[in-house]
Design a protein around this ligand. Sequence first.
Ligand code: GDP
Length: 445
Amino acid sequence: MFENLSERLSGVFDRLTKQGALSEEDVKTALREVRVALLEADVSLPVAREFVKAVQERATGQAVTKSVTPGQQVVKIVHDELVHVLTGDDDPGALKIDNAPAPILMVGLQGSGKTTTTAKLAKRLKEKNGKRVLMASLDTNRPAAMEQLAILGAQIGVDTLPIVKGETAVQIAKRAKQQAMLGGYDVYMLDTAGRLHIDDVLMDEVQAVRDVATPRETLLVVDGLTGQDAVNVASEFDGKVGISGVVLTRMDGDGRGGAALSMRAVTGKPIRFVGLGEKMDAIEEFHPERIAGRILGMGDIVSLVEKAQETIEAEQAERMMRRFQKGQFNMNDLKMQLEQMLKMGGMEGVMGMMPGMGKMAKQVQDAGFDDSILKRQIALVQSMTKKERANPALLQASRKKRIAKGAGLEVSELNKLLKMHRQMADMMKKMGKGKGGMLKQAMKG
Ligand code: GDP
């Protein structure tokens, strides 16, 4: 998948990374080529435009990292931005299937790969999750489609609802639900009828089925080769029936891949799986990191820049430690700490890692502390002036009010933050005292 886009981009970046120093013009030219490559891959215009703009902004504001070339840094930024536009579910493969029997509704146009995908997912649920699955075809117009599902079911060892001639889709859905309950199934999958195009008859039928089945997941299957059309189909289905995710099929082909890049940005719905062939195992969870890696094919450079950035962060942390040792700990330091905490998985995670802070972590947890508080505290510091940050003792009641208001919060919350700062500053002073101070020890270790 993504061969063409991948080739185009690697050409652009090969030229870029060979250069030692980059001018703004070099980056601009490269990004212009990236934009063309995205458009040729059938990424929607607004998404391509937004993409290039985001990369440009981040590339401009980027601190120069020693030990990597600017070109390599740009590759990393493009990579991160790819991950960003591809953003999906944290756990795309985790289908909501508690409360057995859980209904999964499969929707999409005819020929999108809906029946094949239904069977692929049923096989996954059976083998990976150990679930008992029942599949039912609701395609009353096409007896062949019903038989196809039965054949696939037999092939993968998953039961299908017996075919009863003359039933409507809604009647089949009701029978599937009943059968799933009586038969002790964990999941039942409804493979709805497709049409060649979206029309009212199709949507009415899918809506009616949805209303009787109240599915836990409604997965739209779309053909990844159709590029922007796939995205349009997703928008329409989502508007009319509401979908919980998308499965992009035929991603094994040399498609242009644009659908994958535009899907989330345009429809707001995550891609959950990609179909990679006709075989029953040819399905994969959709992981933005992995996909971005495949598109760029520059994993080495990405990890090189990541390492360099880690070094810079370590240097920053060391500088901060030295300040703490001298007993310097102002609101800017506090803000940096708060931001670092957010990045490292929140208060609880960080405190648990710091020596002697385990107990405090427990208190923090008991006090109902969560990451939204971190964000609010950062906002409070941001509303302070430079002088106030350096010396919070300057803050008078009227300023406190203004600052709290600026951050959209109560003064009591600001007071809590100031108290926390004082306590931390005291602790830093104590820890940093003397040659054998705890901080120094910790830094050596
Ligand atoms: P439906 O009409 O939406 O139910 O589509 P089908 O499930 O019958 O699939 C139509 C054709 O596409 C079949 O020949 C499938 O084997 C094929 N197909 C489905 N998914 C994929 C995929 O991910 N990759 C490839 N190469 N073919 C697929």
